[in-house]
Design a protein around this ligand. Structure first.
Ligand code: HEC
Ligand code: HEC
Length: 315
């Protein structure tokens, strides 16, 4: 009798161990959102994922001016970093056409130049996929739908915050040796003579306001930005001020990716009219040349390099 009891106990514990180790571990919203972010299931021909354009190694931005979507079709604006987007209600996209992260999350799926798939079909695919169906049932206690899809993608995006850069070590942990002397001088310039902080301010180095830095001339440069959304003439050529966190690795720069390096960006700001003559509606902060010396330009660049999170540091 005892022998049988021992055998039964062994079988029961084996079943228990099997259940623990061979069934998928419980998922949460962030891990489910991460799975989807890297999965091509959300694009029409199953070739493109969010990560095709928001690449982890470039701080979830892309390294080309215009990323290719489904069918190799290039978009019309530069893919910005999808990191540091956690602020609760603030505008998304270069023109601010989405008012919250949840509102933003489903747009790339439907965008014809990105994933080109209706949300309805995306949801249907997830319902027909046993793994995703089980995951959504486990997290939401219901089948996948548009709302839960938006919720898990935004949950993953909210998890992509960076606050461990040399700059943070210097400013917030008061480690004087965390950044170089030129970088410290660069920060002085950023906040003073170069006037950058008037628009790039706060923990993400962005006021999230729409400004026109002089990249609209109505001819070759004809993306009118915020105006597309508001139809207010004062918004012509205005774009959302982007975060500068990780900016060293998110080249090329600006809504149209026209500036290839940080040197080019700084040269532009030094005298915008020289790079884009005849721009329309340029911000009053940028009407007069800054008159930066070569040494000052280099210091400013050194400062911008300190905003790269340690996780992206090359070994
Ligand atoms: C084909 C390339 C491509 C794909 C695929 C793509 N994106 Fe984007 N993403 C862009 C471009 C380009 C923009 C800027 C568009 C604009 O502002 O008009 C953008 C903007 C964003 C923004 C706004 C950032 C900000 O600060 O305003 C977020 C967040 C984002 N994408 C997340 C995603 C997610 C999540 C997915 C997958 C569901 C995705 N993207 C798929 C190219 C892409
Ligand atoms: C008047 C507000 C304003 C000022 C002043 C300003 N910026 Fe900007 N910055 C913006 C806006 C708006 C954009 C996006 C413009 C666009 O794409 O058309 C931008 C874009 C950038 C980008 C590109 C980021 C990316 O991901 O593409 C960098 C880098 C940058 N600014 C650095 C600076 C520096 C350095 C200074 C000071 C020399 C500065 N900015 C001064 C508003 C401003």
């Amino acid at each position: 009798m005892k022998k049988y009891a021992a055998l039964v106990l062994m079988i029961v514990s084996l079943l228990f161990i099997q259940a623990r180790f061979f069934h998928s571990p419980p998922v949460d919203k962030v891990t489910l959102g991460k799975l989807l972010f890297f999965d091509t299931i959300l694009s029409r021909d199953r070739t493109i994922s969010c990560a095709s354009c928001h690449k982890p190694e470039f701080a979830f931005a892309d390294s080309v001016a215009f990323s290719a979507g489904v069918g190799g079709k290039p978009g019309v604006r530069n893919s910005p970093t999808a990191m540091n987007v956690s602020g609760s209600r603030r505008p998304f996209f270069w023109d601010g056409r989405a008012g919250s992260l949840e509102e933003q999350a489903l747009r790339p799926i439907e965008d014809a130049t990105e994933m080109d798939l209706s949300v309805e079909i995306a949801v249907k695919r997830l319902r027909e996929d046993k793994t995703y169906r089980d995951h959504f049932m486990a997290v939401f206690n219901r089948e996948p739908d548009a709302a839960s899809l938006a919720e898990v993608i935004s949950a993953f995006e909210r998890s992509l915050e960076t606050s461990e850069s040399p700059f943070d070590d210097w400013k917030f942990s008061e480690r004087e040796d965390a950044v170089s002397e030129p970088a410290k001088r660069g920060f002085e310039l950023f906040s003073g003579k170069a006037r950058c902080s008037q628009c790039h301010f706060g923990s993400d180095f962005s006021t999230h306001t729409f400004r026109n830095i002089g990249l609209f001339d109505g001819k070759k440069l004809n993306d009118s930005g915020r105006f597309v959304v508001t139809r207010d003439a004062t918004d012509i050529g205005r774009f959302k001020t982007p975060t500068l966190r990780n900016v060293a690795i998110t080249a090329p720069y600006m809504h149209n990716g026209m500036l290839k390096t940080l040197e080019e960006v700084i040269t532009f700001y030094d005298d915008p009219a020289k790079i884009v003559p005849g721009s329309i509606n340029r911000d009053s902060l940028l009407l007069k040349p800054l008159g930066l010396t070569a040494a000052e330009k280099s210091d400013l660049r050194e400062f911008l390099l300190t905003l790269t999170d340690k996780r992206f540091k090359k070994e």
